[in-house]
Design a binder for this molecule. Structure first.
Ligand code: MG
Ligand code: ZN
Length: 219
């Protein structure tokens, strides 16, 4: 009983700071996307490709969450966008407070789109609001088709699902239709995109969706 109470308090505090973050994002009319997945699903690869495609039209910034290293931040920074690294020193998710600290290092005057790459973990990032507009969950085909059933909360709390590494489908035991069915069973409103960062297939559709979300904001 005691433990549950403590966790609630932590989450209440987190939600308060998330609201502060949200009001900052709103002030600058930013679209903020919290990218979540298990480790190795391809969040950073998707970010690299997305930045490459959208950079000529939109100003993009990135907050990178990692347990220990700044390897992903280095990858993303090569695309010449502002990147702030959060190293959680072992913690398995980002909290609104950490994002709030990162925000103070970014200038949003000219930013349209902010990506927050969360720590690779399909469990607790589902419960931590960072102040984002939406969560995008990435699942790779190599993880199998049962992930949505095993980690329902993440799929329930996400608005977009990206199924990545579709180029590997011929070689592995993953039924993509079953994967989609399982995801929609948990969350019938999920928008689903299929991508391969190796061949580039499907990235245009995902980027077009982001473009339309960004254009909607300008109206
Ligand atoms: Mg990464
Ligand atoms: Zn965690």
């Amino acid at each position: 009983m005691e433990i549950i109470k403590i966790e609630r308090k932590i989450l209440e505090k987190n939600d308060e700071i998330a609201e502060k973050n949200r009001s900052i994002f709103k002030k600058y009319n930013l679209l903020v996307i919290n990218m979540v997945s298990s480790p190795g699903a391809g969040k950073t690869s998707i970010l690299e490709n997305t930045i490459n495609i959208l950079k000529p039209r939109f100003n993009i910034a990135v907050i990178e969450g990692d347990v220990q290293t700044d390897l992903d931040a280095i990858r993303v920074a090569k695309y010449d966008v502002p990147v702030v690294q959060i190293v959680t020193n072992g913690a398995c998710h980002l909290e609104a407070k950490l994002v709030n600290d990162a925000i103070s290092n970014l200038n949003f005057e000219k930013t349209d789109l902010l990506f927050i790459e969360n720590v690779g973990n399909l469990v607790c990032p589902a419960g931590y609001d960072l102040g984002e507009d939406l969560k995008t969950v990435v699942v790779s085909t190599t993880e199998g088709d049962d992930k949505p059933l095993k980690y329902p909360r993440m799929f329930l709390n996400s608005k977009i699902l990206i199924i990545n590494k579709t180029d590997l489908l011929p070689y592995i035991n993953c039924d993509i239709n079953l994967l989609k069915k399982n995801a929609l069973q948990i969350n019938p409103k999920l928008e689903i995109f299929e991508t391969s960062c190796t061949t580039g297939k499907g990235l245009d559709k995902w980027c077009n969706r982001l473009s339309s979300l960004l254009e909607d904001r300008k109206k």
